[in-house]
Write a protein that binds this ligand. Structure first.
Ligand code: CO
Length: 151
């Protein structure tokens, strides 16, 4: 089921999200809905608070694959990259953001199994953007030159 994407100004985007504690059908439904919602919006990533659910769960759709990260935590972050980002919760805008170039995270999948992944470039950027959402941080807080997408 496609869910409504919350827009900037909504309080849910600004809160620190709670860890997922139950790896149950409700979580599976949330993740399935997030995937469907992301596909329709043609985005690279979506965090649970963006559909109004303040839980630590994000999905990322990048050339490396489609990923579901539950309770993700950085192990390390290395290097630096600057690139343009947008956000499905801040429609019509984009801006340049400085991010680490390479990151490692540990996370759980929807079944509660623990994994880790090393990401670089665009994949690392997507992870950083989505993990920020879990702490109530939006890329517009960090962007150097926020502008309209069409400019
Ligand atoms: Co976003």
């Amino acid at each position: 089921m496609i869910r409504e994407i919350v827009q900037v100004g909504d309080e849910v985007l600004r809160q620190k999200c709670e860890p997922v504690t139950r790896f149950d059908q409700e979580l599976a439904s949330l993740l399935d809905d997030m995937k469907e919602t992301l596909k329709k919006a043609q985005g690279a990533g979506l965090a649970a608070p963006q559909v109004g659910v303040p839980l630590r769960a994000v999905i990322v759709d990048v050339p490396e694959g489609f990923f579901e990260f539950i309770n993700p935590v950085f192990v390390w972050q290395k290097g630096e990259q600057t690139g343009t980002e947008g956000c499905l919760s801040v429609t019509g805008k984009c801006g340049k953001v400085r991010r680490p170039n390479k990151v490692k995270i540990i996370y759980y999948d929807r079944k509660g199994d623990r994994y880790s992944v090393v990401a670089h470039g665009w994949f690392a950027r997507a992870i950083c953007h989505e993990l920020d959402h879990l702490d109530g941080i939006l890329y517009i807080d960090k962007a150097e030159n926020l502008r309209n997408e069409d400019d």
